[in-house]
Design a protein around this ligand. Sequence first.
Ligand code: GLN
Length: 237
Amino acid sequence: MPSDSALRIVWIYPDLLSTYGDQGNVLVLEQRAQRRGIATETVHVRSADPVPETGDIYLIGGGEDRPQILAAERLRRDGGLRSAIGRGAAMLAVCAGYQIMGSTFGGEEGQPVDGLGLLDIASSRGPARAVGELVAEVDSALGLPTLTGFENHMGVTRLGPGARPLSRTIKGVGNGDGFEGCYAGHVVGTYLHGPALARNPALADLLLGWIVGELAPLDDTRYEQLRQERLGAVLSA
Ligand code: GLN
């Protein structure tokens, strides 16, 4: 990122995909950048509008099956996100948004629907809806603390060799194979809501660090209180 320009955050399709307060991920990223003196510029891209190719960090949220299918069609046609990821932009994709990043996902009747193929994953409808709190240990290569959040999805996700699991599930379902989420390059996919970055500010810093480099530490007392309350409640249940 050039030092004289603002960090460009792109929030994709708030009119279709933004369940369970996923838009909070945008706020957390903005705040964590600004608290370090990094200016931010956020674009909310509605589904009728083109996705800019020049963003630094892209965010997409969860949604119901129909808006998910519509979003996948429009993003495929648009091509902006593909170009941005191709030139190294970072991305956090949540739930429906996560599934859309793969080659295929399950539609309303379980029919396979084409995704963007930006992550080497394939999703389909699972045996039962996964609803509840999730706790998972992050891949040690990323050096992040335990993930906390909640999930609500029908889909299960299979990873191909081009994607690494983001974390190993301790509580909850995640991908449905003992792991939760995945990452490849600067793209992170997860089933976590919460919002994910409010529950896991280290994940926000992972994305920021990929773009701006080394980050000054922040006082995260309040995030930590939320995390400990949630982790305590879930792990003692
Ligand atoms: N429609 C998808 C599923 O049920 C995603 C749900 C969501 O984003 N919460 O798997």
